[in-house]
Write a protein that binds this ligand. Structure first.
Ligand code: MN
Length: 485
């Protein structure tokens, strides 16, 4: 458990998160308009999305199915009966004057998401509920001088809002929770997880309390954080700000604050409204949503392998360590790549090492996803296979990897062409060692006189002579044998 250390003792950071996920469906929650991202401005807008008088929403069954899938994947109860309600507020890009959401009876009830901290601690974050609601449009303030424009393409797209209990205790935990929810939603195909495009965004509710206290402090809310990095930064900054206030004896005001990543601060936007300010009431245009046990079981049966299951399988089937398994299980593409590489003869452990260090290092550097990797899974598997079989050393493997970036050649062909195979002819090795010994009789004498460090120097010389293609174990063995005379 981590605490914030203040001048007057320890404080506990308490965070609950609301994650809005854009639900992947062809059409919107209550209309037949195209729900995909982009398109020409106001090109994906029906009368319902534009809030025209007399329009009537019609519930899209595909969105309900997606909510059930997500709920099951989040280990949550699915409510057989849920209700839509109107949540009233005014935004220029909300033409209805209210958002159709779910209030008292959401479709998804209590659930649980597991996270693993870097120190290996496993923690359960409880989900309070998840509900379906409409997204609003978009106001564009930088397209036309002196005017704001409105694009309603996003208006009416289905969102699933996932609300956690205030179980999160640090910036690290908040980041891990966000990544895990993203990974789960992607695994079941409910959301594309593209945070930069806004299809997944988080609101963070944060308060502080003294160590050991039960009652929650006054919280602030930071809305629409659209990257894991921003979530972590916002939690760090806001918890420091509250700590300073509280230790000075001042109050934290309940308000919505804006996180500004450029200035590295959070600042007040508006005082936070309470639920009753929205004048929620059941939407008279929509019937209660009824879901049968059979429909729920059908969706459960269709669930693919979830990240936690993938992780457990990578550990038991391939003997991977916890950390490697956690990282690789985050994306199904990682697991597919891994298994294809292992299929070419690389051992699981070694393939995982190469993916986490060399491959991910490369992808990060080039800022590309694994699907655009210049080295396909099969070629990496073949390369790792050569190392595992002792054909090349790990060090030479890195050189081969570098060459593979520029040419679409099999690793074995590169090794052969460059003459990089491990030197397996012991007599050649013995000749090199003997020559070195006669050229450096002083070093031989000092080794025999008890200076064992000299062995390392000899190993270095042999590796230089053989351009790194000798097996270090073999070099050590031959050297010791000859030096001990
Ligand atoms: Mn919401």
């Amino acid at each position: 458990m981590s605490f914030l250390r203040g001048e007057e003792g320890d404080w506990e950071v308490v965070v609950g998160m609301e994650i809005h996920a854009q639900v992947l469906t062809r059409s919107k929650l209550f209309s037949g308009s195209d729900a995909s991202f982009g398109g020409s401005p106001n090109g994906h807008v029906s009368l319902v999305d534009a809030g025209m008088p007399g329009m009537l929403p019609v519930l899209n069954a595909a969105c309900v199915k997606q909510a059930i899938r997500a709920g099951l994947a989040l280990g949550a109860e699915i409510n057989g009966r849920s209700l839509f309600a109107r949540k009233h507020y005014f935004y220029p890009d909300l033409p209805q004057g209210y958002q159709i959401s779910q209030y008292e009876s959401p479709i998804v009830g209590r659930g649980c998401v597991k996270i693993e901290t870097e120190s290996g601690e496993e923690k359960e974050i409880r989900i309070e509920r998840a509900h379906l609601e409409q997204d609003a449009g978009k106001s564009l303030h930088d397209q036309k001088p002196g005017a704001s424009l409105i694009d309603l393409n996003r208006s009416g797209v289905a969102l699933l809002e996932i609300v956690s209990f205030p179980d999160l205790r640090s910036a690290e935990e908040c980041g891990l929770y966000m990544s895990k929810v993203r990974s789960i939603l992607r695994a079941v195909g409910v959301c594309d997880g593209n945070m930069a495009e806004g299809s997944l965004r988080a609101d963070v509710n944060l308060s502080l309390r003294r160590r050991g206290e039960e009652a929650l402090g006054t919280r602030t809310e930071m809305k629409n954080l659209n990257s894991v990095k921003f979530i972590r930064q916002a939690v760090e900054l806001e918890s420091r700000r509250q700590l300073e206030l509280l230790e000075r004896g001042e109050e934290v005001l309940q308000e919505t604050r804006l996180f500004d990543p450029v200035k590295g601060e959070t600042r007040a936007m508006r005082s936070k409204e309470e639920a009753h300010d929205y004048r929620y009431f059941p939407c008279p245009d929509l019937l209660p949503v009824l879901v049968s046990e059979e429909e729920i079981e059908e969706e459960r049966r269709l669930l693919p392998e979830l990240p936690d299951e993938r992780r457990a399988r990578l550990m038991s089937e391939y003997g991977l360590g916890r950390y490697e398994a956690v990282v690789l299980s985050e994306e199904s593409e990682f697991v597919n790549y891994f298994e294809e590489a292992v299929g070419e003869g690389g051992s699981g452990k070694l393939v995982a090492n190469w993916m986490l260090s060399e491959l991910f290092g490369l992808l990060n550097k080039r800022d590309i996803g694994i699907e655009s990797s210049p080295i396909a899974s099969k070629r990496l598997g073949l390369l790792v296979g050569l190392i595992g079989e002792g054909v090349i050393s790990g060090k030479v493997g890195k050189q081969v990897f570098a060459k593979m970036l520029d040419e679409d050649t099999l690793p074995s062909a590169i090794v052969k062409r460059e003459g990089w195979e491990v030197m397996s002819d012991v007599s050649v090795l013995e000749d090199i060692v003997e020559k070195l010994m006669s050229d450096h009789s002083d070093q031989v004498a000092s080794y025999r006189g008890g200076k064992e460090k000299v062995l390392g120097w000899f190993v270095g010389q042999v590796m230089k002579e053989t351009r790194g293609t000798a097996s270090p174990e073999e070099v050590n063995r031959v050297l010791k044998e000859k030096l001990q005379g």
